[in-house]
Design a protein around this ligand. Structure first.
Ligand SMILES: [Mn+2]
Length: 195
């Protein structure tokens, strides 16, 4: 079973994550940040991961620590659940439309963390959520999941759609990249023999 649990406690946040890669898209998300809950809910649904995320964070300051630390814990859980990456498709890319917005996500489950994030927000807030935290989330997730992740919003106007297209694009790309390819016959998909 490709599952993992991660608990991570600091003076700023207390995070617990449970992840099953071969799930049905069931999510129980309670981070204390409504917009982040919405993004993680649709991430689980579109990746077909079963995902539980609970955070008690210092949101009286702002949402930064809760967003970053939950992404660190989810990235760690993802890497743990994948294990030695035997048999996976490894690469995937998606163009994710959401009404007027189009975002491209390409990723490699490489073990070499890297983020290219070419998505700009014209406004600082979506409701009470700071739009700059979208990039923070992707950075923390990519570094801790150990994936090479390229996100580019090709065009778009609505800030909610732009953020949501990034998370949905990631979800759909992860769903394909973690899928087991029967032609790999359980081998690690690299000429080096490990990822
Ligand atoms: Mn939405």
């Amino acid at each position: 079973m490709r599952t993992a649990s991660v608990s991570r406690r600091t003076s700023e946040t207390d995070v617990s994550v449970k992840l099953a890669l071969d799930g049905a898209g069931k999510a129980e998300i309670a981070t204390g940040v409504g917009f982040l809950d919405h993004m993680l809910d649709l991430l689980a649904r579109h990746a077909l991961f079963d995902l539980t995320v609970s955070v008690t964070g210092d949101t009286h300051i702002d949402d930064h620590h809760t967003v970053e630390d939950s992404a660190i814990a989810l990235g760690q859980a993802f890497a743990q659940a994948l294990g030695d990456k035997r048999g996976i498709a490894r690469y995937a890319d998606v163009h994710l439309p959401m009404d007027e917005t189009l975002t491209r996500v390409a990723l490699d489950i490489s073990g070499r963390p890297f983020l290219v994030f070419r998505t700009a927000f014209a406004r600082d807030k979506i409701g009470t959520f700071d739009t700059e935290l979208v990039r923070e989330w992707f950075q923390a997730f990519a570094m801790n999941a150990g994936i090479t992740l390229h996100v580019e919003t090709l065009y778009g106007d609505n800030q909610h759609h732009i953020a949501e297209s990034c998370f949905k694009g990631l979800a759909r790309a992860l769903r394909r990249a973690v899928a087991l390819d029967p032609r790999e016959e359980g081998r690690v998909p690299s000429t080096k023999g490990s990822l």
